[in-house]
Design a protein around this ligand. Structure first.
Ligand code: GLY
Length: 408
């Protein structure tokens, strides 16, 4: 059995090698840089309260969303794209002024989200909103800069705000306070795993031990109740709001209650890999591996998942570039926590996915100023189907930067 598995792995590695070789991380980072400058030009004069969110398949320009409402869960991704693109080093006569343009815009968009840290929590998406904007900015800015210190205070405030959604009895953060009635209880969604990074980061940066404990407890409870035996996820877990008893699981953004919603699965892979980074607890590493392996075992040949891997219309249904970007991004990190063939496998799969995303099939190029096309936002709601979406671009460039950091 072991020998058969090794042979399959070898075949996969050889098959993917030729595609991976054609993909050049620096070329793709230059492409992202160019698309960002193009976006900023199209958006000028910039209104920082309007965030580029998506572009439909038949559109050429960003659709903007209001940054001044906590309901806009994607408001952190665009400033995050700018902070990350600003960190890319280029050699060109306009490199310095291009960098200033990008970083000024990153700071401008980030500042508009400050209010989120100073009002009561609307929902768990506060993490997505703050990680892309203030945390990416904090990581970019030089140590000792006053703006960096200001961002730190905002992040610590936001972490305390997010922690108010934690229900001790259930052992998880309430993802959607507005949906307690709809789900019949305290609801927690797999996406919520990503937001734990804000709590872990804050705990490591003066925010107190209780934030670490909340994040760890949430990850453990989610591990217990959200997963099926094969490692695939249920999107939503519902708990009794008073006793904390786990009541049931259900779907919200996937095909149905038994399906494998690809972006939900990608949040699990990314989330548990990130939790392992902060905790070094092997239980979380095992969960990340299990979540990754079921997903990877089902991917089509080019490595890009269908929006839901159990949509009965496969292959005549949509792919989801955003899920591919999140998975590739997570696999690059995960490959560093395992060894030998497993590590090589995760890295090869990440490169393969990024190579396909970096092909004409998925790149927006001249069609629109985003990086990628073909993401699916919310299929059951009929929203953002086959779109360019800012979070696909965010995880794509994060993956490219992680890959670059691993290269000699
Ligand atoms: N709520 C996050 C997502 O749509 O993936």
């Amino acid at each position: 059995m072991k020998r058969i598995l090794s042979a399959i792995l070898l075949l996969l590695l050889v098959a993917f090698e030729s595609i991976a070789q054609k993909f050049n991380v620096d070329t793709q980072l230059r492409y992202c840089h160019g698309q960002v400058l193009r976006s900023l030009k199209e958006l000028s004069p910039i209104d920082y309260t309007k965030i580029p969110r998506n572009i439909g398949a038949d559109e050429q320009h960003w659709n903007l969303r209001n940054a001044k409402t906590a309901e806009e869960w994607c408001s952190g991704f665009w400033p995050g794209i700018l902070w990350m693109t600003g960190s890319v080093i280029h050699e060109s006569p306009s490199a310095e002024s291009d960098k200033m343009t990008i970083i000024d815009a990153a700071a401008g968009y980030t500042a508009e989200l400050e209010f989120l840290a100073h009002q009561s929590a609307y929902d768990h998406d506060l993490g997505f909103q703050m990680i892309g904007s203030f945390l990416k900015g904090y990581e970019y800015l030089p140590e000792g800069s006053s703006l960096r210190e200001q961002y730190k205070k905002t992040l610590l405030n936001a972490a305390d705000t997010l922690a108010t959604l934690f229900n001790e009895k259930a052992g998880t953060i309430l993802s959607w306070p507005r949906n307690i009635g709809m789900f019949g209880g305290h609801n927690t969604i797999m996406d919520n795993m990503i937001n734990l990074e804000l709590l872990f980061w804050a705990s490591n940066n003066g925010g107190g031990r209780q934030l670490y404990d909340i994040a760890t407890k949430h990850a453990l409870t989610t591990m217990r109740h959200h997963f099926r035996k094969d490692g695939s996820i249920n999107h939503v877990a519902v708990y009794d709001i008073n006793t904390g008893k786990h009541l049931r699981n259900c779907n919200h953004q996937g095909f149905n209650d038994e399906s494998l919603w690809s972006r939900g699965q990608s949040w699990a892979i990314y989330g548990y890999t990130m939790v392992y980074r902060f905790t070094h607890d092997k239980r979380f590493l095992r969960q990340a591996i299990k979540s990754a392996d079921i997903m990877l075992s089902q991917l089509p040949d080019d490595g890009i998942p269908y929006w839901d891997m159990r949509d009965p219309k496969i292959p005549n249904t949509y792919r989801d570039a955003s899920a591919a970007a999140v998975i590739a991004d997570a696999l690059i990190e995960l490959s560093g926590y395992v060894t030998g063939k497993k590590s090589a496998y995760y890295m090869t799969m990440a490169e393969k996915m990024l190579a396909t995303l970096s092909s004409p099939e998925y790149l927006s190029e001249s069609k629109n100023p985003a990086f990628l096309m073909h993401s699916v936002g919310n299929w059951p709601a009929g929203s953002e189907i086959d779109y360019s979406i800012n979070y696909a671009d965010y995880y794509y460039i994060e993956a490219l930067l992680r890959l670059k950091a691993k290269q000699p």
